[in-house]
Ligand binder design. Sequence first.
Ligand SMILES: C[S@@+](CC[C@H](N)C(=O)[O-])C[C@H]1O[C@@H](n2cnc3c(N)ncnc32)[C@H](O)[C@@H]1O
Length: 318
Amino acid sequence: MVFPNEIMLNTKKVLYSKMFKEGYDVVLGCDDVLEFIKTMPRNMATLVVTSPPYNIGKPYEEVVAFEEYMKWQERIITGCVELLKPNGSICWEVGNYIEDMEVFPLDIYFYRIFKKLGFKLRNRIIWYFGHGLHAKQRFSGRYEVILWFTKGNEYVFNLDDVRIPQKYPGKRAYKGPNNGKPTAHRLGKNPSDIWEILATDWEKTLWNIPNVKASHPEKTVHSCQFPIELVERLVLALTNERDTVFDPFMGVGSSIIAALLHNRIGIGVDKERIYSDIAYHRIMQALKGNLRKRALGKPIYEPKATEKVARIPPEWKT
Ligand SMILES: C[S@@+](CC[C@H](N)C(=O)[O-])C[C@H]1O[C@@H](n2cnc3c(N)ncnc32)[C@H](O)[C@@H]1O
């Protein structure tokens, strides 16, 4: 594909380019994030949401000294601050950095950077996933953290748009002025700060089990992509329609798709051509209505006791 590539599909204007340009519903950049940010106007985004490289030797990163990595991240976060509107939010999704088998929880280090820049923490969301690599010399890691900060005290928070079904909607008050009335909120409950949303690693674990047919429908060649569902909840809660969402490390474009699906403007950049090309193709699929994705709020798959994978292997019984 030759840059810049512009297309209009289903009333949405998409630009795939090296630099940002105004007037589009989606802008995908393929460049170094710091170069791309220079081309963006100040004060334009309501939400910056991303998962940065963790400096752990993934195919898309070169491992550097931890201090150097943190300084680089600080420069990018400082660049993002200028892009954010005064009522804007920033969500930095991180796991652990590991050195000589020692665990460094990245959210602790990032918290200091955001505080220094004047941000206010609103939630430290635990993203829990039930499957992944098995550790041998410590407990297996099963969560990552989303730090949600706001620039100021006035910010968008649409709780009603992300409520989840109540466990006991039929419960009623048995005394007081509301005696006999339902106690639950009729639109559902607050999803809380612990989110169980499938990670793509789940799929890798289960692929080897022949009679589990379910596989994550969103998987691409990217080793660390976001489930779109995870970003959808942030987009719905922290922005309004036609607001702008920016992902400075967009990978295969999961955040941009979440923005687009909910009528927000999506801007993203990734330095790797292979990922930004996949992002472009996924966006085209989303616009045509044929992108494979897990539905927002779909229950996590639990095998039935009768399924082979849920049964104790016969050889263990002897
Ligand atoms: C953890 S992944 C993000 C995956 C993304 N959330 C998704 O759903 O696909 C981090 C991404 O940052 C990109 N990246 C690393 N260094 C970069 C840089 N200097 N500029 C732009 N992108 C970069 C990598 O290519 C990688 O795709």
